[in-house]
Ligand binder design. Structure first.
Ligand code: KG4
Ligand code: ZN
Length: 340
């Protein structure tokens, strides 16, 4: 670290992510090169409740964080003394869950004698594309679709993010989880519906495409109600067909808006982030739509789309370079907005 707060060009950053129900730690060099990316999921602890229970998530993070950090350091072949900084997700997310990661990161930074930096989870999802392609030229448009958020952002440069549109109600991942529950599938619902839909007919039912005008915003709560009503009125329709038709409606909406956002901003490159970006149908449809519209579509590896700490470490490196470290008195921001 220099007096201005600038980090070494090849700085080694330990990232920590505990905003929801994944306990994750990663080591990233120079904000681009992933040396370790460890994630301990807690899905089985929340599954009996059909969704994330904040109290259980906080306790599980406390239990898991030590081992996950140790695994990441071993995998990266480094010790605390090799670290140039420790970054943690400071929000948005569950307050109790965020506190575990931020507190651990501050303690580790203190022990390692290096700076601490807090990172916005949404910014990190937007910038994860640079871990897939370090030379990806900005500007580009990113669709972030996760369990807690669905938004479109223009990434003008590292750290220069502009919100183009977001969901009015449920996030896309939340809709997957709620519909999966309605269909009697397990939690988390996204991967379950993704798997089941491969055996279903997406044209069996025509579910509504919400906000089907030129706005870049989303709404998924009506779609969930439409599926509930359809189940009640047509219980004979195979569950796989309903899952495939629901998924098609969500994917159709996401892809249409992504292409519209590229057209509106004049960018030629689009990327995906967030847990829903792991959806196989979304990945195929985004590539097809991109080809049709003459857009380059960058699909980060699934492990970089779902919650992970590599994106936190990479964004932490960039923040540290541009703005310097955060004080150890810095708190969490459960309601942080993009760029906040
Ligand atoms: O980004 P993420 O890991 O955590 C949040 O920040 O929310 O996203 C989790 C969400 C869950 O709602 C999960 O059901 C959804 O992403 N998801 C998927 C798939 N994999 C995870 N949704 C659709 N298809 C998938 N393959
Ligand atoms: Zn996320």
């Amino acid at each position: 670290m220099s007096a201005t707060g600038a980090v070494r060009a090849h700085g080694v950053v330990l990232g920590i992510e505990t905003s929801c129900d994944e306990t994750a730690a990663a080591v990233v060099v120079a904000g681009r090169e992933v040396r370790a990316n460890v994630v301990a999921g807690q899905a089985e602890r929340h599954a009996p409740f059909g969704g994330v229970v904040p109290e259980i998530a906080g306790r599980a993070h406390v239990e898991l964080i030590g081992g996950v950090v140790a695994d990441a350091l071993v995998e990266a072949g480094c010790t605390l003394t090799d670290l140039d900084a420790v970054a943690a997700c400071r929000g948005p997310g569950l307050a109790g869950a965020l506190l575990v990661g931020v507190s651990a990161a501050k303690a580790l930074a203190l022990a390692a004698g290096c700076p601490y930096v807090g990172v916005n989870h949404l910014d990190a999802h937007c910038e994860a594309a640079w871990l897939e392609d370090p030379d990806l030229p900005a500007p580009f448009v990113t669709l972030v679709a996760s369990g807690g958020h669905t938004l479109l952002a223009l990434v003008e440069a590292p750290g220069a993010l502009r919100l183009l549109g977001e969901t009015y109600d449920d996030a896309a991942g939340e809709a997957f989880d709620k519909v999966a529950r309605l269909l009697g599938l397990g939690y988390p619902g996204g991967p379950e519906i993704d798997r089941l839909a491969t055996r279903g007919d997406p044209s069996a039912v025509r579910f509504p495409r919400p906000v089907a005008d030129d706005r870049l915003d989303f709404s998924f709560s009506g779609l969930k109600t439409a599926v509930a009503n359809h189940r009640r009125d047509h219980p004979e329709v195979p569950v796989a067909d309903v899952a495939a038709a629901f998924q098609e409606a969500v994917v159709d909406t996401l892809v249409t808006k992504l292409v519209a956002a590229a057209r509106r901003t004049g960018v030629r490159t689009v990327t995906l982030g967030g847990g829903v970006a792991a959806n196989s149908r979304l990945r195929v449809r985004a590539l097809e739509a991109g080809e049709e519209a003459g857009l380059r579509v960058v699909l980060p590896d699934r492990a970089l789309c779902t919650d992970n700490a590599a994106m936190i470490a990479a964004t932490g490196f960039r923040r540290l370079r541009d703005r310097g470290p955060d004080p150890l008195t810095g708190g969490v921001d459960p309601a942080a907005r993009l760029g906040g």
